[in-house]
Write a protein that binds this ligand. Structure first.
Ligand code: NIG
Ligand code: FE
Length: 416
């Protein structure tokens, strides 16, 4: 066994109380702040945490953790990070009066990225992806969900999924990767909706057999896909064991949440236009509500009613939605700050949303998002102004992380 001991940490957030409450109604004391000095011991062969406890001498390799506070690595559970080209023009078009839907109807938006991805070689796409993932890691994001959805033909969707799989299986990839088959993203101009959905359904056996995706996704929205066809696709995927994470009720109220919760979806994402019945459906459900506030910021949309959803008792995650059109921002700091200022989330709620609840939205809350024996050693270590002050509460440290920094001094993925 090869062991690593991070010694004499100033403190650590274990998330223990959050785990007991399944991430619902997160409060500051649930984040499990433990005051140092503390050691974390990691088995670097299997990449898991062995223990968290009082400093002790040991035969392990050591790293000096004095002055550092440990948190679980942050998890970005909704991105479109595999893309090429720029859509900067569209950002300015929107402010001169064109809506996201109008730009898409005129062949821009997602159709724009369809074209540029097809013109870009695999090695260039992967190089760009790794550059983005390295940047995300520098900002404390250690696990990233990446969607396909910019292929727009059966062969290009499979190509995108195979590229994401290469990153996922590469031990040198800067972050841990999870992949989603976003089959229904925008309807190409030359095919009917039902034909396109049939084509995507026909890919599902290959996707399942070659393990090309961990989940599936769809975008039911006016001008994109109907809820009926989306549910047909998601239902077929579920028969093959592929659970869904769904773009839900983003631009128009589609009653999408009510539609997909019965399919035991892992998450419903966006939710600016969620209905009262949708909120009710999430109250005791294991489906996670994922908010993507940067999309509202970049598109100038309403923000999702996050307070009502959290107060109803739903599990809530936050993610970046990183993509070239509606959220050109790698990293989670803007997400965290908008969650506070526009959605009125507390630091504890943001912390839960980027760790244990984000893990649950990937079906991985038994593996990641906590500092506890047996969990993945995906860890951020923060040098904070108040790291060494024993009078500092956990809440104040989290506030400092989200507002002042979001750039950890050290990150470990699987102990490396
Ligand atoms: O989550 N809403 C659909 N998909 C993305 C946007 C993708 C794009 O515009 O390229 C989103 O906002
Ligand atoms: Fe998205």
């Amino acid at each position: 066994m090869s062991l690593l001991r991070i010694k004499n940490l100033s403190g650590a957030f274990t998330s223990e109380g959050l785990a007991k409450k399944s991430g619902r109604h997160p409060k500051s004391e649930d984040c499990g702040f433990v005051q140092g000095p503390l050691d974390i011991v990691i088995d670097t062969e299997c990449g898991k945490i062995l223990s968290l406890g009082k400093p002790a001498p040991g035969p392990e390799r050591e790293l000096d953790g004095r002055g550092l506070v440990a948190t679980p690595g942050f998890i970005d559970s909704h991105t479109h990070a595999l893309f090429s080209g720029t859509r900067a023009r569209e950002y300015f078009m929107r402010w001169s009066g064109k809506s996201y839907r109008e730009i898409s109807d005129q062949g821009g938006g997602i159709h724009n990225t369809f074209r540029s991805i097809r013109e870009t070689r695999d090695d260039v796409l992967l190089g760009d992806l790794y550059r983005r993932l390295s940047l995300m890691r520098q900002k404390g994001t250690l696990c990233v969900e990446i969607k396909s959805g910019y292929g727009g033909t059966p062969q290009d969707e499979l190509r995108c999924l195979r590229l994401i799989k290469r990153a996922k299986e590469d031990p040198l990839c800067p972050v841990r990767v999870r992949s989603s088959f976003l089959a229904l993203h925008a309807l190409p101009k030359d095919i009917s909706e039902s034909q396109y959905v049939d084509q995507m359904i026909s890919l599902l056996p290959v996707v399942a057999q070659e393990k090309l995706a961990d989940h599936v996704d769809a975008f039911p929205e006016q001008g994109f896909f109907s809820l009926k066809e989306s549910l047909r696709f998601l239902g077929e995927a579920l028969k093959l064991g592929l659970r869904s994470k769904v773009h839900a009720d983003e631009l128009t109220p589609m009653a999408c949440v009510e539609g997909v919760v019965p399919l035991s979806s892992l998450s419903v994402d966006h939710l600016q236009k969620i209905s009262a019945t949708g909120i009710e459906a999430l109250r005791n459900s294991s489906t996670v509500a994922t908010f993507l506030p940067t999309t509202s910021f970049f598109l100038d949309l309403d923000y999702a009613p996050a307070r009502r959803v959290i107060d109803a008792g739903a599990r809530v995650a936050l993610a970046s939605d990183y993509n070239p059109g509606t959220s050109p921002e790698a990293g989670l700091q803007l997400t965290a700050l908008l969650a506070a200022s526009r959605m009125k989330l507390s630091a504890a709620e943001i912390f839960a949303a980027l760790t244990i609840n984000a893990a649950a939205s990937l079906g991985l809350d038994g593996n990641m998002g906590r500092i506890s024996a047996g969990f993945d050693a995906d860890l951020n270590f923060w040098k904070l102004c108040s790291s060494d002050s024993t009078s500092q509460t956990g809440q104040e440290l989290l506030e400092e992380i989200f507002v002042d920094s979001l750039t950890p001094a050290l990150t470990l993925r699987g102990g490396k």
